[in-house]
Design a protein around this ligand. Structure first.
Ligand code: CA
Length: 230
């Protein structure tokens, strides 16, 4: 699957066979998969890996899936990360709904892997459209995540891979102000040590590339806060 980048999926499931099947299928879909076998490990991996989406089993040792979900949905940095809850029976799903855990979707076991994949993609289309090959538009700029190409006023532009990811991040949420740290997390990843000034360098390159055939600079510097598109 061609995409702007590989979204990270965290699978929290205590049954090894189910965890393997899920991870295998998600990897085959082009996702980067991280696995946790209990709720506590899941919470640690959320902090370490900053996943784009979480597939979370309800019945887990140590911290339950419901508790993991509730904690993540009350945190500012994880509130908008989609969570798909897995549950053994319909009555359990009804109970989870009743508990108002804030989960974004629910799937009943035994589930069809194809259906679960479709639901994962649906959630990502909502929060990270560029990662599922969607075309993004902003004013006269088009970013085609499938073919990895960018056009402005129908003219193709030459962008480096980092500038492409920066632009995809901006175009997913026009008007949102991103701090340098947030851009580092999203575009470079948490594992890599990069100075925040590196962000400024690549923003400069992105601006240059976007304006190479003329047109106004669409990237706004927000003093003391960061950058936004429009
Ligand atoms: Ca379980």
């Amino acid at each position: 699957m061609a995409s702007a980048e590989q979204p990270t999926v965290l699978v929290v499931e205590d049954e090894p066979a189910q965890r393997e099947v899920l991870s295998y299928n998600l990897s085959a879909e082009g996702f980067r998969v991280v696995q946790a076998e209990n709720g506590e490990e899941g919470l640690i991996l959320v902090n370490e890996e900053n996943p784009d989406i979480i597939v979370l089993d309800w019945m887990l040792p140590s911290v339950s899936g419901i508790e993991v979900c509730r904690r993540l949905k009350t945190r500012n940095d994880t509130r908008n990360t989609p969570i798909i809850m897995l549950s053994a029976r319909t009555e359990e799903v009804d109970r989870i709904r009743g508990l108002e855990t804030g989960a974004d979707d629910y799937v009943v076991k035994p589930y069809s892997v194809l259906e679960l994949m479709a639901r994962v993609r649906a959630q990502l289309r909502r929060v990270r459209p560029s990662t599922v090959g969607q075309q993004l538009n902003f004013e006269d700029i088009i970013l085609d995540a499938e073919s990895h190409r960018v056009f402005r006023s129908e003219e193709p532009l030459k962008l480096g891979p980092t500038e492409f990811r920066l632009l995809a991040t901006f175009m997913e949420k026009p008007g949102r102000v991103w701090s340098r740290e947030q851009l580092l997390d999203r575009v470079w990843g948490r594992d890599i040590y990069v100075d925040t000034r590196t962000v400024d360098v690549h923003i400069g390159r992105l601006r240059k590339a976007l304006c190479e055939n003329g047109g106004k600079d669409p990237v706004r510097t927000v003093r003391g806060a960061g950058y936004s598109l429009g």
